[in-house]
Write a protein that binds this ligand. Structure first.
Ligand code: BG6
Length: 488
């Protein structure tokens, strides 16, 4: 268990905190994973008393789908651990009062003032809050450790991400900063490295000699969910591609690390990001396709197009879909394309990574010469499957594709929320699953050309896919004549 500590959540009344973060922290606490002394200080802009905040938080726990089964009496005990502060994030008072809360917890926390500050706020507040904490010296580790968790997106392009890093570093050391990407907290995502480097049979095939291409899909059936204010500014590239999809790509493509510690792993992740061939703005049309959903039918119901969603501009050029082909200039992957696609309002929610192998060199049997596929089902229906050809029983030696399948159900336990894993790791001081400064920087470099080519530019082709379909047709052409997106 971590040492006694206070978790300070900025933006505690926001959506993420209510739906995911508070339930995850409650789950950890209820399972006894947060140690004997722990408390939460929620911070927001709206005035509330501790009592009101406690009511609010308990209501959130009772209504969130993410909350674990609540044990008898545990909500009442958890309630007593909650405090609230509010104020203007540009002035000092609110940080001063947060500091006082840490002082007050000192005795119960064995004389320590350990704290994790979680910035679950709109991105525009990351800098003011980290600076405010800095002005009051709350990042100072003389009386206990101090850590800063920062939500995504980290910056809105390469330049602003660098400026944000510089600004935060004027008060905080890199070792204190935990940039969160919740995909890294997913069990199935952690399993990518485990399967690659914990077995002998995969790695020898994991290169240009045997792999034809790799496909990464993160499809969502959801649309905007009332988030126009954020999404109109962000779009799919900042919301998904630069972070979640780049992380998945990195874990599939990286070299084996020399050790399992945070920096050894992150060094390898940075190395492969560096090897990605830049896509200059003027060549984006050859390597990437953008899309925006129109109205359509999903699960038998009519749903509106993106431009018809509340608070979206009538001529909005914000992309809700992107497909991109990445090439990796290193010895392992030369000539092996990585196709990545992600979008909203696609036919279903599914995230998958498929390593597609080359065809066998010679067809001895009728119906053969299919490509073998090793597929990592990140979510839902978590598992790993291998598709290969087998003889169909009977006189002819005809081949048919069959599948070997591993499912997480085999472990008999449900998968924990990515947020519980990541919050606990941050409290334990383990940064392995948090992208380092240079990783975020390189991920921005990779998508820079796309942003430059598309940002704010009119998109006469939009909307170019109907809700409930697999995205714009142009995304199929990206793959060339001999390859196609998997049907998921
Ligand atoms: C978030 C994005 O980071 O990830 C959302 O802001 C998206 O737009 C979500 O829906 C997807 O996460 P998950 O875990 O549901 O795949």
């Amino acid at each position: 268990a971590p040492e006694p500590a206070t978790l300070v959540i900025f933006g505690v009344t926001g959506d993420l905190s209510r739906r995911k973060l508070l339930p995850a922290v409650f789950g950890l606490w209820q399972d006894g994973l947060l140690g004997s002394a722990f408390n939460i200080v929620g911070v927001g802009r709206q005035p509330m008393t501790d009592q009101e905040f406690r009511d609010y938080a308990l209501e959130a726990l009772k209504t969130s789908k993410e909350t674990d089964a609540i044990q008898e009496g545990s909500l009442e005990k958890f309630r007593d651990l909650l405090y609230y502060e509010y104020g203007d994030f540009d002035t000092d008072e609110v940080y001063d009062r947060v500091g006082t809360r840490l002082d007050e917890a000192e005795e119960a926390h064995g004389g320590r003032k350990n704290a994790v500050f979680y910035l679950s706020t709109p991105p525009s507040l990351f800098q003011p809050i980290s600076a405010g904490l800095g002005r009051l010296g709350l990042q100072n580790e003389t009386e206990g450790w101090r850590r800063l968790i920062i939500e995504k997106p980290f910056g809105r392009d390469l330049e602003s991400a660098r400026a944000l890093n510089d600004a935060i570093h004027s008060d905080w050391d890199e070792e204190q900063i935990y940039r969160i990407d919740h995909y890294l907290g997913k069990e199935t995502v952690q399993n990518l490295m485990a399967i690659r480097f914990g077995n002998a049979i995969f790695e020898p095939l994991w290169n240009r000699s045997y792999v034809d291409h790799v496909q990464i899909t993160a499809a969502e059936d959801l649309g905007l969910e009332g988030r126009a204010g954020y999404y109109e500014e962000a779009g799919i590239i900042r919301d998904m591609l630069q972070n979640h999809l780049m992380q998945l790509f990195t874990l599939v493509a990286m070299e084996p690390p020399v050790a399992s510690d945070a920096n050894a792993i992150r060094d390898e992740k940075v190395k492969v990001l560096r090897a990605v061939k830049p896509i200059p703005a003027e060549h984006v049309s050859e390597s990437a396709v953008r899309g925006q959903y129109g109205a359509g039918t999903l699960y038998g119901e009519r749903v509106p197009g993106y431009r018809e969603e509340p608070n979206v501009k009538a001529e909005s050029s914000t992309p809700t879909y992107v497909a991109v082909k990445l090439e990796v200039d290193n010895w392992r992957w030369q000539g092996v394309p990585f196709f990545i696609r992600t979008g909203k309002r696609l036919p279903k929610k599914v995230t998958e990574i498929a390593v597609v192998f080359k065809r066998p060199p010679l067809g001895l049997f009728p119906g053969g010469l299919e490509r073998n596929v090793l597929a990592f089902r990140i979510q839902p229906d978590e598992g790993v499957s291998l598709k290969f050809s087998s003889k169909t029983p009977g006189q002819e030696n005809a081949l048919r594709e069959v599948t070997m399948d591993f499912r997480y159900d085999a472990f008999g336990a449900g998968l924990e929320s990515p947020y519980s894993r990541l919050v606990l790791d941050a409290m334990l001081g383990d940064a392995t699953l948090f992208p380092r400064e240079d990783e975020v920087d390189h991920a921005w470099q990779i998508v820079s050309g796309l942003l430059e080519a598309w940002d704010g530019k009119p998109a006469p082709e939009f909307p170019n896919y109907n809700s409930g379909t697999w995205g714009p047709e142009a995304a199929d052409q990206l793959m060339g004549p001999d390859r196609r997106w998997r049907r998921l």
